[in-house]
Each structure stands twice: as C-alpha cells, then as structure tokens.
Design a protein around this ligand. Structure first.
Ligand code: 1GP
Length: 229
C-alpha cells in the first residue's frame, strides 16, 4: 500500500463529523482525485465513520482512514493512516495513543495495513494544533529538522505538513522537502482553488484538500484539474 501512496498527487479529505449530500459526494469521488482520506480532529465516531465509508464505497476510489480516536476504527478501508504528531509538546500524540492501541488490540491489529504519517502541525488556530498542543512557531530549519528525523531515524513513509484551515508558508514546505530522502511529503491547508493547488503542489509530493469541499464544490474540483494539467 505504500506503493499506492507513492502515486498520489491529490487527495480529498472528508470529515465524518460534517454532512455532505449525495451529489457532492459523487462529484468528489468521481473527480479524478487519487484517493479519499477519511478523518477529522473532533466529533469522529464509529457510527459517522462507518456511514461515510459505506457511501464512499459506491465509487471506485481508494479510501483510507486516518485514525484519530480509538473508538472510531472501522474495518473495510483500503488501509489505515496512523498520525504521529512530531511537534506535539505531549508525547501522547507522538507515541502514547499508538502504544495504548497496541496494548489493547496488539494481536488483532493488521500491521501490514498501517501506514504511519509524521505530522508537523503549523496553524496555531487549528483544532488539531490546540488538541495536540503542537509547537507551531517552528522556523524553516526547525521544521526541516523534524522532517529529517522522521525520514532518516523513524523511516516514516509520509511526512505531512499540516496548516489545516490556512494556506501555509511554502518556503518552510520547500525547506522540509529538501531534507527528505525517502518520505513522501504531504501538504494540507488552505487549498481553495486551482491557483493554491498548483502553488502547493509545486512544493510537495501530495496535496490534501479539505474544507473547500464543504463551502464551494466547483472550487474544490478545480484543485483536481489544476494538478492533472
Ligand atoms: C486538513 O490538511 C487538511 O487536515 C486540509 O486542510 O481543510 O484547510 O483544506 P484544509
């Protein structure tokens, strides 16, 4: 499944805690995006995750679950992304929750279906930054150093620069990219149209588009066209 991730240039992220009508969901799943990532920072439950998965499965599109809470691990996804927040000030978000899951479910965990992601969370106003107590005021070189450790020491297949809700500093993203040898660089945050998609895509390997799906579908679809051109 790492090979699958290697080919992704564009991903839509759907939040189980937000409602999406059938027409919008069909447009998103049939847009030509490479995959649907299901995940959110709050209000994610087994029920809303399962319900969204069932609706997405009507379409031929890879669908992965980004696990943010142990209560909402739903089987049936292509694989599971395991976030590790590299710049959290609480080790719970780096390794604590994961260790707790291993303690509870160790024998039942389909390890081959897990793909870890090293998150660098940078928008201080985002729910994820508050929830994980992320140290968001990193310089370019500090962020790049986290990324290098993720790549060379932790061997994480994905480093995810997360500006959720706001467009990020592409100089920082570029500095991160220059330090990565093996990890794939995901970027998410504030991609709201073709132009922001193109700009972000020029600085990373894979762009993740979230919020705009819920406020302007046409603009969200523009982000796919921008990448495919
Ligand atoms: C959120 O990185 C994603 O986890 C996408 O960010 O919602 O700002 O597009 P936006």
């Amino acid at each position: 499944m790492n090979q699958m991730v290697q080919s992704w240039r564009h991903v839509f992220k759907l939040d189980p805690d937000r409602s999406i009508d059938d027409e919008t969901l069909e447009a998103i799943c049939s847009s030509g995006t490479d995959a649907i990532m299901v995940g959110g920072s709050s209000g994610v439950t087994y029920k809303n995750t399962e319900s969204l998965l069932t609706r997405i499965r009507k379409f031929q599109i890879p669908c992965v679950l980004e696990i943010s809470t142990l209560e909402a691990i739903v089987p049936g996804f292509d694989f599971f992304l395991i976030p590790m927040v590299l710049n959290s000030s609480d080790p719970q978000w780096l390794i604590g929750n994961q260790a707790q899951a291993a303690e509870m479910y160790g024998d039942m965990i389909p390890w081959d279906m897990l793909v870890p992601e090293g998150y660098i969370v940078l928008n201080p106003d985002s729910t994820v930054a508050r929830r994980t107590e992320a140290k968001t005021s990193l310089s370019d070189s500090e962020a790049a150093a986290y990324a290098q450790i993720a790549d060379r020491i932790f061997h994480l297949p994905i480093v995810y620069v997360e500006y959720s809700g706001t467009f990020g500093d592409l100089e920082l993203v570029t500095a991160v990219r220059h330090r990565l040898e093996h990890s794939r660089l995901f970027y998410g945050g504030g991609i709201v149209d073709g132009d922001t998609a193109r700009l972000a895509a020029s600085a990373c390997d894979t762009i993740v588009v979230g919020n705009i799906i819920y406020s302007d579908l046409d603009k969200a679809l523009e982000t796919v066209a921008a990448i495919n051109k």
